[in-house]
Design a protein around this ligand. Structure first.
Ligand SMILES: [Zn+2]
Length: 524
């Protein structure tokens, strides 16, 4: 018998964290940060709904929504080993320290606000010291190599094809109830089939329980080749630059920036772009690129030596804050790549502020946009958006390219699950919003999976796994009302201010504007 609990990424895509209790051991799979609206992010500040002093942790990959709360876990008592692949450990080496810096500056900003309101200061979720202590606990294993983190429990990693070092985790756990061995597989995040850098996702077949992500469970991409993807990018960049403005690309610091750079580098080298300067504005860019070069042997299909791109005079790596600010003076002809990919934090927000109101500018999104993030509102076609408490008209051309996503699409997810079959016990769908996982469950049923055996776990819900069956043991009291996950009152407030700004702008004259404001005040 074993108990499997879902403490995040259940009905949402962030905060990945599951716990298994079996044969006297208690361990975690991932411990990620919650991202999205303020209500979801507030979960990062609240205590864990479990005792953090677990025996060990199996980490699938370095993305912050899977690894970002590791230092918090260590801060509150976790002392065990954290298992991961070697490239994941290298990426975490600077990502967790950077995350600690971000926590620190967020807290400083909040405390300035709190001080003005006469409220007591708060502490950051964790500090660089906790991040460093976390790095000491990392233990690395290659793909395919079995290891035994606790007596009788065996684990090995499979390539998940998602980002550098990403893995699915296969486990064998003795089942005391019937003397058999339970076989489990956690997908982690699964990559697409056609992708520069990474071989296709891989794993064994035949499990008792599979936990599979469902980020793009309700979305299908057109098939594409790497050449076709680069051609689509070329068209977008040529169109954007020809309009006379800048092309601003929100991209995740790890991986997606590298793929974009790789393709832009190839286009520059072949002379297929108009005259331009490409800025990669990220404090992590250099460190990430070095990790990539170090692990180049594990990557597929690299057409261009990245070092060559960095020597190209049209290419600028921007790490320094002052240099980053200097980009604000450029009103056209540049390609600006910066994080975060969902535009909910980081330097990208400054570049969006400087360009989104210009009709000759382009904002090009290349990845998943979680509900509640700035990227989600911009790509939803909002005419006005709020950034740093100010309203901005959306006059720039808003474009999206799905082909740089690090995630498998619907068809690829379905194929991945079917290739893991037969699944004797249950399939748990996590890491996706409810629409995505309901659609995926429906389609899996049409491919022959027993719908009764597909489970959509709720946040903080636990399951008893025994002899091929999975029974819900119920869930803990709600940490966040389900309705708040997609949109909270802060989102409503922003929408109201945006609508009011728009209405006032559209009003024919000042008299009408005063009438609107008077009516609103009466309503209050
Ligand atoms: Zn990921």
């Amino acid at each position: 018998m074993a108990t499997l609990s879902f403490y995040g990424a259940a009905g949402t895509v962030t905060g990945s964290c599951s716990m298994l209790q079996a044969t006297g051991a208690r361990f975690l799979v991932d411990c990620g940060m919650f991202q999205g609206n303020k209500t979801i992010r507030a979960l990062n500040d609240k205590p864990f709904p479990f005792d953090p002093a677990a025996d060990f942790l199996i980490l699938t990959h370095a993305h912050i929504d899977h690894s970002g709360l590791l230092p918090k876990l260590v801060r509150y008592g976790f002392k065990g080993p954290i298992y991961c692949t070697a490239p994941t450990a290298d990426l975490l080496g600077f990502m967790l320290l950077d995350s600690a810096k971000i926590q620190n500056s967020n807290t400083e900003r909040q405390n300035r606000k709190r001080q003005r309101k006469g409220e007591d200061p708060i502490e950051p979720i964790y500090t660089e010291e906790h991040a460093r202590a976390t790095l000491e606990l990392l233990r690395t294993h290659d793909y395919g190599e079995w290891f035994e983190p606790a007596p009788g429990i065996h684990v090995r990693y499979w390539n998940a094809g998602h980002i550098l070092g990403s893995a699915s985790a296969e486990m064998k756990i003795p089942d005391a109830a019937d003397g058999n061995t339970m076989r489990l597989l956690f997908s982690g995040d699964i990559g697409p089939e056609e992708k520069v850098f990474h071989p296709e996702p891989d794993a064994e077949q035949g499990f008792d329980y599979v936990v599979c992500e469902s980020t793009y469970g309700d979305r299908e991409r057109d098939d594409y080749t790497l050449e076709a993807r680069r051609e689509l990018l070329r068209k977008e960049l040529v169109r954007g630059l020809s309009a006379g403005g800048n092309v601003v690309i929100p991209a995740f610091a790890v991986e997606r920036s590298q793929e974009l750079l790789h393709d832009i580098g190839v286009l520059l080298a072949k002379g297929e772009l108009p005259e331009t300067t490409v800025f990669l504005d990220s404090p992590l860019a250099k460190a990430v690129t070095e990790v990539f070069i170090k692990h180049a042997g594990t990557l597929d299909d690299v057409e261009l030596d990245e070092a060559a791109l960095f020597r190209d005079p049209r290419f600028r790596l921007v790490q320094d804050v002052e240099e980053s600010k200097a980009i604000n003076r450029i009103t056209g002809g540049a390609i600006i790549i910066s994080a975060s990919g969902m535009a909910d934090a980081g330097r990208i927000q400054h570049h969006i502020k400087n360009n989104i109101w210009r009709s000759n500018a382009t904002i090009l999104f290349v990845g998943y946009q979680a509900p509640g993030t700035l990227g989600y509102y911009i790509t939803s076609g909002e005419p006005v958006v709020r950034i740093h408490g100010k309203e901005f008209l959306v006059k720039a051309e808003i474009r999206q390219l799905g082909n740089y996503s690090a995630h498998a699409d619907q068809g690829e997810l379905l194929d991945w699950v079917m290739e893991r079959s037969p699944i004797a016990g249950h399939l748990f769908l996590n890491h996706g919003d409810d629409d995505a996982r309901e659609e995926m469950a429906r389609l899996l049923a049409t491919r022959g999976l027993d719908p009764e055996k597909i489970v959509l776990p709720q946040m903080d819900e636990a399951f008893e796994l025994v002899a091929g069956d999975a029974k819900s043991k119920g869930r803990l009291p709600e940490r966040v009302p389900r309705t708040e996950l997609l949109s909270d009152w802060n989102n409503d407030y922003a929408a109201l201010i945006v609508a009011l700004t728009q209405r006032l702008q559209d009003a024919g004259n000042d008299e009408e504007r005063r009438k609107i404001i008077a009516a609103l005040r009466r309503a209050l």
